[in-house]
Ligand binder design. Structure first.
Ligand SMILES: [Zn+2]
Length: 386
C-alpha cells in the first residue's frame, strides 16, 4: 500500500496544495498538458467542430460509457455517467473501446447510490439528501448529510443574491466521510493523490468531497465548508470543471465560505462574523497596514497567473489575497463579483486563459488598473483590521 506522500500513480493528474497552519487544501485538476497542447497551435475551432461522442471505456475492469469532451493526440477527456472526469489514452485499446451508439445520460440518484454501496461495502451507508449522496460509516445519523446540504443551499443563495448565474447540477453530488484520517489517506493513495495533513479535499476529477469523522471538529468543519464551496461551485456552473479558471477565483470562493458564520442559515448576517480571520491575520503578518507596494505587486501577480500558489512561502499569501479580493467584491461590489464569476465560467472549455487576457478582463470588470484596485482593497482591509 503506497503512503499518501508517494507521487500520484497517474501521469495525467496534477495536484495543487496549500499548507497553512497545519491544514492543507487541495484541488485536483486535469493535467495542464492539455491546455499546453492547445496553446501550441491547435486551433480551438477544429476542436469544437466535432460534437462530443459517446464512448465506451474500461476502468479497472469495469465497462463504462461516457461522453468524450475532447481528444488531442494521446489524451481523451471523458465524463462518466457518475460525473467523474477521466483522462484516457485513445491508443490503448484495452482502456479506450471507441464510440458507441446512444445518448449520454447521467446516472440517477438511486442508481448512483447502488454503485456507491458496492464501492464502499458493508461498513458504510449511503444517505440521500436533496442534492447529495453522502457515504458515511453506518449509524452516523444526519450530522454530515445536513452539513453538506445546508452548505450547498447557503452557497446557492449567496451567489444568487449577488447575481451570479447558478444552475441545477446534472449529477447528485457525492461526499464521502471516512471514519478516521487513516482510512481517508488510504483512499487518497488509491486515487493516486499526493496529500498529507488535510481534513478533507474536493477532487475535481472524481467530483467528490472526501473528509473524515475524527479529530479536531472545528478545523474539519472549516475545511469542509471550503471544499464544499468548491464542489457547489463546480456543480452549479459558478465555475466550470473543464475551464482554465484562475485559482484566485476558485480559492477566493473557498476561503469565503470557511468562517463558521457562513455555515448558519442566515449566512452570517453580521458582516464582521463573515471575515475569514485566518486570512486577515496572514495579510496583516505579511503586509502590515498595506502601506508599501508589495501588496499591489502580489495582487497583480495573482491576477496574471497562478504561480503564487505554487509553494512556500508565497502560497499562504496567495490564499489570503484571493480571499480579500473576493470578500471585498462580494461585500462592496457585488456586480463586479458576479461579472468575474460569470465571465470565467463562460469562457470556452479547454482553452488556456492567457496572462494578457486575465489582466485585461479583470481591469475591464473592476473598472480600473490592478494598482487602483489594490489601493481600494488596502483601504477596506485597514478598516477591517480596526
Ligand atoms: Zn481550495
Amino acid at each position: 500500500m503506497p503512503e499518501p506522500n508517494d507521487q500520484p500513480s497517474s501521469p495525467t493528474v496534477r495536484i495543487q496544495a496549500r499548507r497553512n497552519r497545519g491544514s492543507v487544501c487541495f484541488r485536483y485538476v486535469l493535467q495542464h498538458s492539455l491546455f499546453v497542447t492547445l496553446v501550441l497551435g491547435l486551433p480551438a475551432m477544429s476542436l469544437s467542430a466535432t460534437p462530443p461522442a459517446l464512448i465506451r471505456f474500461n476502468l479497472n475492469g469495469h465497462l463504462q460509457t461516457g461522453l468524450e469532451l475532447i481528444r488531442i493526440g494521446k489524451e481523451s477527456v471523458v465524463i462518466g455517467r457518475d460525473g467523474a472526469l477521466h483522462s484516457l489514452d485513445p491508443r490503448d485499446s484495452k482502456e479506450y473501446l471507441g464510440r458507441t451508439k446512444g445518448e449520454y445520460e447521467p446516472l440517477g440518484s438511486a442508481e448512483l447510490a447502488n454503485r456507491l454501496r458496492r464501492e464502499f461495502g458493508d461498513g458504510f451507508e449511503v444517505v440521500a439528501t436533496k442534492h447529495f449522496l453522502v457515504v458515511q460509516p453506518k449509524g452516523r445519523g444526519r450530522k454530515w448529510p445536513d452539513l453538506f446540504e445546508k452548505s450547498h443551499q447557503i452557497f446557492v443563495r449567496y451567489m444568487t443574491q449577488r447575481g451570479v448565474h447558478v444552475r441545477r447540477g446534472r449529477f447528485p453530488m457525492v461526499a464521502v466521510v471516512f471514519p478516521d484520517s487513516r482510512s481517508m489517506y488510504r483512499e487518497f493513495a488509491r486515487l493516486g493523490l499526493d496529500v498529507s495533513r488535510v481534513a478533507g479535499i474536493y477532487s475535481n476529477n472524481t467530483n467528490r468531497v472526501m473528509t473524515h469523522d475524527s479529530g479536531h471538529i472545528q478545523m474539519i468543519v472549516a475545511t469542509v465548508r471550503h471544499e464544499a464551496a468548491h464542489q457547489s461551485g463546480f456543480n452549479s456552473g459558478v465555475h466550470s470543471r473543464v475551464n482554465d479558471t484562475p485559482r484566485w477565483v476558485t480559492e477566493g470562493i473557498g476561503q469565503l465560505f470557511e468562517p463558521a458564520a457562513m455555515g448558519n442559515v442566515r449566512a452570517g448576517s453580521d458582516a464582521r462574523s463573515r471575515i475569514n480571520r485566518e486570512s486577515l491575520h496572514q495579510l496583516t503578518k505579511t503586509y502590515g497596514r498595506f502601506d508599501n507596494t508589495t501588496f499591489a505587486r502580489d495582487l497583480r501577480r495573482l491576477v496574471i497567473d497562478d504561480r503564487l500558489f505554487d509553494g512556500e512561502p508565497s502560497i499562504g499569501n496567495a490564499y489570503a489575497i484571493a480571499w480579500a479580493m473576493m470578500f471585498y467584491l462580494a461585500e462592496r461590489e457585488p456586480q463586479q463579483f458576479a461579472s468575474i464569476l460569470n465571465h470565467t465560467a463562460g469562457r470556452p472549455a479547454f482553452k488556456t486563459y492567457e496572462r494578457h487576457e486575465r489582466i485585461a478582463d479583470f481591469e475591464r470588470i473592476v473598472g480600473g488598473s490592478t494598482a487602483d484596485f489594490a489601493k481600494k482593497l488596502a483601504a477596506y482591509l485597514r478598516h477591517l483590521q480596526g
